[in-house]
Ligand binder design. Structure first.
Ligand SMILES: Nc1nc2c(c(=O)[nH]1)N[C@H]1C(S)=C(S)[C@@H](COP(=O)(O)OP(=O)(O)OC[C@H]3O[C@@H](n4cnc5c(=O)[nH]c(N)nc54)[C@H](O)[C@@H]3O)O[C@H]1N2
Ligand SMILES: Nc1nc2c(c(=O)[nH]1)N[C@H]1C(S)=C(S)[C@@H](COP(=O)(O)OP(=O)(O)OC[C@H]3O[C@@H](n4cnc5c(=O)[nH]c(N)nc54)[C@H](O)[C@@H]3O)O[C@H]1N2
Ligand code: SF4
Ligand SMILES: [Mo]
Length: 765
């Protein structure tokens, strides 16, 4: 115990793990941050990024008050009443003149904040917009689409039992830096140390994760589909598959097997730059292990054959029966759904007006938005509302975004900081930070036990900021979509909190929605505006958690009770909600037995449909795919544009002072390549693609393969220069100046950020 400090409980908001933290606050500043040992997921664990969180909470570019852009481009401060009225009027004007599809919504939550997004759904419904653009659709939607085919719904998401697994294959991820599962560094070290367990890392770079691995397959960038096809082919050709599992649990194996039997393992291994014997050893090891699981991330999602890669990666545990078992891969429950299921366009699923892109998991990909705005057609997008995202920095092709956003009739940004996107907005609506309001994420990815953490504010709001649910409520009232008060329901909500057994609120809600059907699409907002007022300590934003708790407990009653919640019928849901509300840290929601996982498979009869025709087609076409020869031509290097390193955290930190090393976000190059080009370590260079150029500082690094380069994600923010506070300085490269929207996966439109053809030269001094 540190004496004299008053510790408050919260979570780190820098990655999807959301480790529990204890924070000491003095005069608005974070004077101490340590891991929360009570948090059942992170158990006291933190990485080096979390202790710097004061740079998120306190910095020179925090937004304080609503802003309106003047015709000359400068901003004036306005009050909330004016801001809400004008934004609502202009949105309604665009909707009424051009239709809801003239408006797009972008974001709705980041690495730490999803609670506001739960109330943005009603706001979008009131706008009549079908368009939800989100960063998940520039990484994970290919994977979600495959899940829909394999398991029946795109909401069926796969997790991995790495902690208990004997054989772990990690492809295109560097958990040492990026995490992606709880306590990643400890788990990797344990795996590495244990001679009975095997860690395989597939990565073109010798990352820290790769160094800890028993086997590092240093794949040639962009060739993972060949490597994965080779691994699967060995399993099939050497009859290492789990026949009993396949017969009992899957359909379509014969069709898949016929294709994999024809895969030339030697040739594909060679293509991937891996010794065929190593491919055979890993395939055999994976198949023979008592338990095995696989995990992938951006290294394959942001590369050639993105969607196919995620399909093939999932087939590894499926063919070997490492599914629905401890130490294998498993589906998990969703508490408050982060994603939904979208039908295929042929079945009536939504598509965009201009490019005809289909919706996946209820999301549209940022890659297409500039085209949807810039088209010379009456049904183009004319207004965008951005919340918790900075597309000017994070979407592919910054130049295209700048041009497209410049053509909008209206851009509204909701953020905590003055970002590059905020700098183009017509109206800026300032949000309270994640330590100033009730917050939560919906990254509930655990299996067999899933957790949820509702966080209390630990500081009062900065300036004249508001939490997002309140911003959306006020906008909806001003739009005439929602009454300013629902006094009758408010009263029932209060009574319900006192006498939950009577079920007054569900009944009153049912009556209200029957009498006023126009409120039905606004259910979460109706709860916020009514039940929210009856919740203790200003926890209005937790109203949606009440609805989810009741629903979840109804669906997974046995598993919720197993996690320690008591009650039957609707009272189990009330107990779950109260448990979440009362706890300072994450609460176990449910605990499954592994064979109960099958209830989460959504195809009839809980069968997994292994044969996905589109993917089998692409798999077969690999055989005739011309070899990419990046070493030749105008752009001889393959750039990984967006590596996770020690000191990047998406666009969440803006003050460069948070970084203790790699302050300029170096361009890494193999020393041989640097020598050939005569480029010194530390030298300023220009990196150019067909799309644009950035300047960067060079770092020699022999962990890369020759011919490949790497730039970090999460740099390029503008911030006042501490030497001359009136001047702004950009720190590190804006990597999306280099990337292009067209170089993307055909199915999901996820960009090939790990495979950007570039050249490099010395910068003019
Ligand atoms: N420190 C830090 N952690 C973060 C974040 C952050 O900004 N900073 N962001 C978070 C977010 S939003 C995400 S989505 C995750 C992403 O987490 P990761 O996907 O693990 O992170 P990356 O470093 O982008 O990419 C992983 C690896 O892919 C490798 N790679 C490049 N090209 C290829 C290829 O062709 N094939 C294969 N097999 N591998 C390749 C790279 O060398 C790299 O080591 O990280 C999260 N965690
Ligand atoms: N070239 C390249 N581009 C990439 C990637 C890459 O690897 N390479 N990675 C991609 C990936 S995986 C991702 S996830 C995206 C991430 O890109 P984005 O989706 O744009 O998200 P963040 O960078 O996390 O930015 C979060 C924003 O939320 C704001 N914010 C923080 N707290 C709050 C809050 O409480 N309320 C509100 N309203 N705002 C808040 C921050 O100030 C920041 O502006 O980038 C993608 N872009
Ligand atoms: S950035 Fe580090 S401390 Fe923060 S949630 Fe992720 S793993 Fe935990
Ligand atoms: Mo991400």
């Amino acid at each position: 115990m540190t004496m004299g400090k008053d510790w408050q409980s919260s979570a780190c908001i820098l990655c999807s793990i959301n480790c529990g933290i204890d924070v000491a606050v003095e005069e608005g500043r974070f004077t101490g941050i340590r891991g929360d040992r009570e948090h059942p997921g992170s158990r006291g664990y933190l990485c080096q990024k979390a202790t710097r969180l004061d740079h998120y909470q306190n910095h020179a570019r925090r937004l304080q008050q609503p802003l309106r852009r003047r015709p000359d481009g400068s901003y004036e401060r306005i009050d909330w009443e004016t801001a809400i009225r004008e934004v609502a009027d202009r949105l309604v004007g665009i909707r009424d003149r051009h239709g809801g599809h003239a408006i797009a919504y972008y974001g709705g939550g980041g690495q730490g904040n999803h609670l506001g997004g739960a109330y943005a759904g009603p706001f979008r419904a009131a706008l009549g917009t079908p368009y939800l653009y989100n960063s998940l659709a520039q990484e994970k939607t290919g994977d979600f689409w495959v899940n829909g085919r394999l398991f029946g719904k795109q909401t069926c998401h796969v997790t991995e039992g790495i902690e208990e697994s004997d054989y772990v294959l990690i492809i295109g991820a560097n958990p040492w830096q990026s995490h992606g599962f709880p306590r990643a560094r400890k788990v990797l070290q344990e795996l590495s140390r244990d001679p009975r367990r095997t860690l395989v890392v597939v990565d073109p770079r010798r990352t820290r994760s790769a160094e800890l691995a028993d086997v590092h397959l240093q794949v040639r960038p962009g060739t993972d589909a060949f490597l994965l096809a080779g691994l699967l082919a060995v399993i099939v050709q050497e009859e290492l598959e789990d026949g009993d599992f396949l017969a009992a649990r899957t359909l379509g194996y014969d069709e898949l097997r016929a294709i994999l039997l024809r895969v030339p393992v030697e040739q594909y291994a060679d293509r991937a730059g891996i010794d065929a014997e190593a491919v055979r050893r890993v395939a055999r090891g994976f198949a023979a292990a008592d338990s095995a699981c696989s995990r992938h991330d951006l290294g394959v999602e942001h590369s050639l054959h993105s969607t196919l890669n995620t399909y093939l990666e999932k087939l590894l545990p499926l063919l070997t029966g490492n599914f629905a078992r401890p130490g294998g891969n498993n589906l998990h429950t969703q508490f408050i759904p982060l994603i939904g299921h979208s039908k295929e366009p042929e079945e009536g699923g939504a598509t965009t007006r201009v490019t005809g892109m289909r919706e996946i998991s209820k999301l549209f990909p940022p890659n297409i938005l500039p085209a949807e705005i810039e088209a010379d057609r009456p049904d183009r997008v004319r207004a965008v509302v951005v919340d918790s995202a900075n597309p000017l920095q994070t979407a592919a092709d910054t130049g295209a975004y700048r041009r497209a956003f410049g053509k909008l009739d209206l851009l509204v940004a909701i953020d905590v900081a003055e970002t590059e996107t905020v700098g183009m907005a017509d109206y800026v609506l300032p949000a309270s930070s994640q330590y100033e309001k009730w917050e939560a994420t919906f990254f509930t990815l655990g299996f067999p036990t899933n957790h949820f953490h509702l966080r209390r504010p630990i500081l009062p709001p900065t300036g004249d900021t508001l939490p997002e649910p309140e911003i959306y409520r006020r906008l909806m009232v001003a739009m005439g979509a929602l009454p300013a008060r629902l006094p009758w329901l408010e009263r029932f909500a209060r009574w319900h909190r006192r006498f939950p057994k009577l079920g007054l609120l569900p009944k009153a809600l049912a009556v209200t929605l029957a009498l006023r059907p126009q409120l039905r699409p606004y259910l979460t907002m109706v709860l916020y505006a009514t039940l929210g007022k009856a919740l203790p300590d200003g926890a209005a934003a937790a109203a949606v958690v009440w609805g989810s708790s009741r629903f979840y407990a109804g669906r997974y009653a046995r598993q919720v009770r197993r996690a320690g919640h008591a009650g039957s019928g609707a009272m189990l849901g009330e107990a779950l909600f109260q448990g979440i509300l009362d706890s300072d840290t994450a609460v176990p929601l449910s605990t499954h037995e592994h064979d109960e996982m099958w209830d989460l498979v959504r195809h009839p009869g809980q069968k997994i449909h292994l044969a996905v025709p589109e993917m089998l087609g692409e798999l077969e076409e690999l055989a005739s795919e011309p070899m990419e020869r990046p070493g030749e031509g105008e752009f001889p290097f393959v750039l990984a544009a967006g590596e996770r390193r020690s000191y990047n955290a998406n666009q969440i930190y803006r003050d460069p002072a948070w970084r203790r090393s790699d302050r300029e976000g170096a361009l890494r190059i193999h020393p041989e390549d640097a020598a050939r080009l005569g480029l010194a370590d530390g030298q300023r260079v220009v990196c150019e693609s067909a799309n644009g150029a950035v300047e960067a500082q060079l770092a020699h690094d022999d962990s890369l393969l020759p011919g490949s380069l790497s730039l970090p994600h999460g740099y390029g923010q503008e911030y006042p220069d501490p030497e001359a506070p009136d001047e702004f300085r950009q720190t590190g490269p804006r990597i999306n100046e280099l990337t292009s929207a067209d170089r993307c996966d055909p199915w999901a439109k996820t960009p090939y950020h790990k495979y950007v053809p570039v050249r490099v030269r010395a910068a003019a001094s």
